[in-house]
Design a binder for this molecule. Structure first.
Ligand SMILES: NC(=O)c1ccc[n+]([C@@H]2O[C@H](COP(=O)([O-])OP(=O)(O)OC[C@H]3O[C@@H](n4cnc5c(N)ncnc54)[C@H](OP(=O)(O)O)[C@@H]3O)[C@@H](O)[C@H]2O)c1
Length: 295
């Protein structure tokens, strides 16, 4: 077993999923998943399509969504509806929300998962204000707009809103990821502020603080290919568990220790992160480009 594999088995132990409990919980439910065309969203969509549910899949790539719909419906268990749009586009977002209210007024579960990640040094961002507006647009404003619009419906159905956050939202921020971390942390804080009011009205809420997950999002950072990461199957199972256990948050067992050490050993932590940014800027990492968008 390689050291990476060994680390993965310690850091990300297997996640058990009680398929009977999940099936009971999902019976006849309507589930909206954003970011369904790739990575975590794609894996989750396929897992949930094994149950008699109505899946509403959202992402930009229409061809990919239609292909998924064909494959899933061919199994004859789930009904699938797709909406292909850029969630940052105001008009298209308003169109989606109108369609959700007129055509699917019984959404029970929302998995807000669409996201975009950018790794770029602040010194390579001086003329790139748009990196900050576009990450806020998809990682913060889009889920805020979606949830605000769906709150009355979720209250009526006793629904569940789940979102895919990151461990970085709960740790000391690292250089190179200002746009991504700030936008993910913004939604995390917004959601945790809204949560008690939503829960009081019967809407269930779950925040997933995910570590590195092996998806197309992390591919542009060559160094990540050697680092321990979760699989999309593991994350889909965790989301499945959260659906029937109704837990309010999930985080890896080691997050508290990582958070503590990121503050206590701040000097070392920043030094290591700065070295990575410097290496990337100097293009010392082989094929890696000086700065990259993820996803
Ligand atoms: N991978 C990780 O290490 C990691 C760790 C922590 C948290 N997360 C979070 O997990 C979520 C899923 O990430 P992933 O790793 O599965 O990434 P991914 O494979 O890149 O998938 C991102 C999804 O978001 C959709 N999307 C991106 N921009 C969009 C836009 N403007 N409008 C509509 N859809 C858009 C993409 O579809 P289209 O391109 O078709 O639009 C795709 O389906 C993200 O919110 C991410 O922040 C990931």
């Amino acid at each position: 077993m390689s050291i990476r594999r060994l680390m993965e088995s310690i850091l990300f132990p297997p996640q058990r999923l009680d398929r009977r409990r999940l099936a009971e919980q999902l019976q006849g439910k309507t589930i909206l998943i954003t970011g369904a065309s790739s990575g975590i969203g794609e894996q989750l969509s396929f897992m949930l399509s094994e149950y008699p549910v109505h899946l509403i899949l959202v992402a930009r790539r229409e061809g990919k969504l239609l292909e998924m719909k064909r494959e899933m419906e061919a199994r004859g268990t789930a009904k699938v509806t797709v909406y292909a749009l850029d969630l940052r586009d105001d008009d298209r977002m308003r169109g989606l929300l109108a369609a959700l209210h007129t055509e699917h007024h019984d959404i029970d579960i929302v998995v807000s998962n669409a996201g975009h990640s950018i790794r770029r040094s602040i010194y390579d961002s001086l003329d790139r204000y748009h990196d900050f507006t576009r990450t806020m647009a998809i990682n913060y404003f889009a889920p805020v707009q979606l949830l605000l619009s769906l709150i009355p419906m979720l209250e009526r159905t006793g629904g569940h809103f789940i979102h895919t956050s990151t461990v970085n939202a709960r740790m000391k921020p690292i250089p190179g990821w200002a746009a991504y971390q700030a936008s993910k942390a913004a939604f995390d804080v917004w959601f945790r502020s809204a949560e008690p009011e939503l829960n009081r009205r019967g809407i269930r809420t779950t925040s997933l603080y995910l570590p590195l997950v092996r998806t197309p999002m992390i591919q542009p950072t060559a160094a990540y290919s050697k680092m321990p990461a979760m699989t999309t199957e593991q994350v889909a199972r965790i989301i499945g568990r959260c659906i029937y256990t109704r837990r309010r948050s999930w985080r890896p067992w080691w997050l508290m220790f990582a958070k503590l050490s990121s503050y206590l050993l701040r000097g070392l932590w920043e030094k290591a992160a700065l070295r990575m940014v410097d290496n990337v800027r100097r293009g010392r990492r082989g094929t890696e480009l000086p700065d990259q968008d993820h996803g």
